[in-house]
Design a protein around this ligand. Structure first.
Ligand code: ZN
Ligand code: ZN
Length: 323
């Protein structure tokens, strides 16, 4: 189970009716001590670390000083770690890992791949000859991607997985979102979509490798990846100040089409609840599953199996039903 780490950031800063302020959110977060996430807290010993975070106090943390928001967020990361070290605080695993490896938590993603995915989505939708199968797939993925995002979130929030190969870095990046919830609404949308680059490459290898380059395969990839991008956008919108949210997005949130901000902000108060981020409809199911099997390696196995074979299974179902 992931221990609770409540209150790191004052969530009122980004659910405020006035829209809140990212800088204010950071100021609030700085005013509070860093809470440890059990069960593997560790103390940073200055002499044992190669990276000199003391210099972080010299860094310019004014948002307007940075043209790339990734750079600004990385400054906030360094200052946060420097402050914790100066106070001799115990760091949660994702912070300790970054301090130890001098890792850049926020990076520019490879945008051409995002364009390729968007083109694949357009191609996959345009070339299908089975409109009924397309509609059924779209409806199925609306619910399934919410569930999948919940499983992914449970796994990447696990502090015990920070040191694992392959998913360790995604875990680190995911868990920093708890410290700076406004990161996802501050970075460019193409960077947020680009966070899925490696995941979508992995899924494509299994999907096209097993099912081939058929019209059904392209259609399933198109619908699945489109909902994957919608999932990222939905999470982003829950952290977007109301005055900056498109009216349509607000309407969709208020009517349950997309995830309601208040539902997601519950996760930022208690990191053990409300994991799905597309529409939140599967959060009850995820919670019941966590009640039976606490967060741990069985969830990692489930995530790997779904990542490899979920789209393949959908292709097989479509071919079975529609021939
Ligand atoms: Zn989380
Ligand atoms: Zn969030």
């Amino acid at each position: 189970m992931i221990a609770q780490s409540p209150g790191i950031t004052n969530i009122r800063a980004y659910v405020s009716p006035r829209g809140g302020s990212e800088a204010h959110a950071f100021a609030q977060s700085k005013a509070k001590p860093v809470h440890s996430i059990a069960p593997v807290p560790r103390r940073i010993d200055a002499e044992a670390r190669a990276v000199n975070f003391a210099a972080a106090t010299e860094l310019d943390s004014r948002k307007e000083s940075h043209s790339d928001m990734n750079d600004w967020l990385n400054v906030l990361v360094r200052k946060r770690i420097a402050k914790a070290r100066a106070n001799g605080e115990t760091l949660p695993p994702e912070m300790a890992w970054v301090a130890e490896h001098d890792h850049q938590v926020y990076v520019k993603r490879f945008k051409p791949l995002v364009w390729v995915v968007l083109a694949l989505c357009a191609f996959g939708l345009a070339q299908t000859t089975q409109p009924l199968a397309l509609v059924a797939t779209a409806v199925f993925f609306y619910f399934y991607i919410d569930f999948y995002s919940g499983v992914l979130h449970v796994v990447l929030d696990n502090p015990q997985f920070v040191k694992l190969p392959l998913i360790g870095v995604p875990c680190v990046e995911f868990q920093w979102h708890h410290t700076f919830p406004f990161d996802i609404s501050t970075r460019r949308l193409f960077d947020v979509w680009g966070d899925l680059n490696v995941l979508l490459i992995a899924k494509s290898v299994f999907l096209f490798g097993i099912c081939g380059f058929t019209t059904t395969t392209f259609m399933v990839a198109a619908v699945g990846y489109a909902w994957g991008y919608a999932n990222q956008l939905s999470h982003r919108l829950t952290h977007t100040a109301p005055r900056q949210r498109p009216k349509l997005a607000t309407w969709m949130q208020e009517n349950g089409v997309l995830l309601e901000p208040s539902v997601h902000h519950a996760h930022h108060v208690d990191h053990t609840v409300s994991f799905p981020v597309l529409n939140g409809r599967s959060r009850g199911l995820i919670q019941r599953m966590l009640g039976v099997v606490p967060n741990g390696y069985p969830w990692l196995v489930l995530f790997v199996l779904l990542t490899a074979f979920d789209l393949v299974a959908v292709v097989w179902c479509i071919e079975w039903i529609w021939g």
